[in-house]
Design a protein. Structure first.
Length: 176
């Protein structure tokens, strides 16, 4: 993933416009890009993610993940935050040969898990949650990152909240 970020950085700056000039390489040096990439690899989960997972697990849910990232990076995020997350509960879009928000990633995950009593997809990206809802998941959205749910674009979800902990409460309440 770090190679993808560093290799595509100047292209992205060119697409979105360099604030310095029309030349994207004048905006950031290779050392800057390395620092940005390292920072991306050191991201941490939101502070109440552990509480969210703990609440869901205590209520009988099996917490799983669908990631567009690689296993080691995502599991590393959890590990640094003291969050236990079994590798076998993490599904990579790579296993389906597609990335998010391709509906095949969500549909394949839904098919893989459909023996469960109830399937919820929860995330802090409305585009992510709304795609999962289209293939049959119950959908929970937390606005902790985006702040604006853009309901006029993505529609209402089954549970919506401002914090991950509150989102867990709403999922539990909607499932009882």
């Amino acid at each position: 993933m770090s190679h993808l970020i560093s290799s595509s950085y100047h292209c992205l700056i060119a697409c979105f416009g360099s604030p310095v000039s029309g030349e994207p390489r004048s905006f950031a040096s290779e050392a800057d890009i390395e620092k940005i990439t390292h920072g991306y690899m050191e991201l941490e989960p939101r502070p109440d993610l552990k509480e969210c997972f703990d609440k869901l697990r205590s209520a009988g849910f099996t917490v799983r993940g669908l990631t567009a990232g690689d296993f080691d990076r995502v599991l590393g995020y959890f590990g640094k935050a003291g969050i236990e997350f079994p590798r076998e509960h993490l599904i990579s879009c790579d296993s389906f040969g597609v990335g998010k928000p391709d509906l095949k990633a969500y549909a394949s995950t839904f098919e893989e898990l459909k023996g469960a009593k109830e399937l919820w997809f929860a995330a802090a990206h409305m585009w992510d949650v709304s795609a999962a809802k289209l293939v049959g998941f119950k959908a929970a959205y937390c606005s902790v990152l985006e702040k604006e749910p853009c309901v006029d674009i993505f529609g209402e979800m089954d549970a919506m909240s401002d914090t991950l902990s509150e989102m867990a409460d709403k999922i539990i309440h909607a499932s009882s």
